[in-house]
Design a protein. Structure first.
Length: 128
């Protein structure tokens, strides 16, 4: 709507709307809407996270989830933002925090069915 209200200028790169459009709109892919692909990826992430919390290890692309107990709650001191390993640790902690928080919300006992939580209530958190 923002682009439409701006006339032709809304589609101009220098208008600065492209980042909003890219971040919030559905992109068409060979598989369909990108949100569906995000949900499929998230479903796999949550499946591996559940496996790890039951004592098993994740492999390959999901191996970063194995570190969740050692990362969550850890305090950073004397952070060197020029160190790539420190930055990767921060990104990993952020991703793990989001996974844990969203997983708890999906599993919380309440009147909202899981399918509704997955597809409507917590969709933004899942995609994020």
């Amino acid at each position: 709507m923002l682009r439409e209200l701006s006339g032709a200028h809304g589609y101009w790169n220098q208008a600065g709307y492209d980042f909003l459009f890219d971040a919030k709109s559905a992109h068409v892919t060979l598989e369909g809407d990108s949100v569906v692909m995000f949900q499929q990826t998230a479903r796999d992430i949550f499946k591996h996270y559940a496996k790890i919390t039951s004592g098993k290890k994740a492999k390959r692309d999901f191996a970063y989830l194995n570190d969740f107990k050692s990362i969550i709650g850890k305090k950073l001191r004397n952070v060197d933002v020029d160190d790539i390993e420190t930055l990767l640790s921060i990104l990993k902690a952020s991703a793990l925090f989001q996974i844990i928080r969203t997983s708890k919300e999906l599993k919380r006992k309440d009147k909202i069915p899981y399918k509704t939580k997955w597809s409507k209530t917590h969709l933004i958190d899942i995609v994020k």
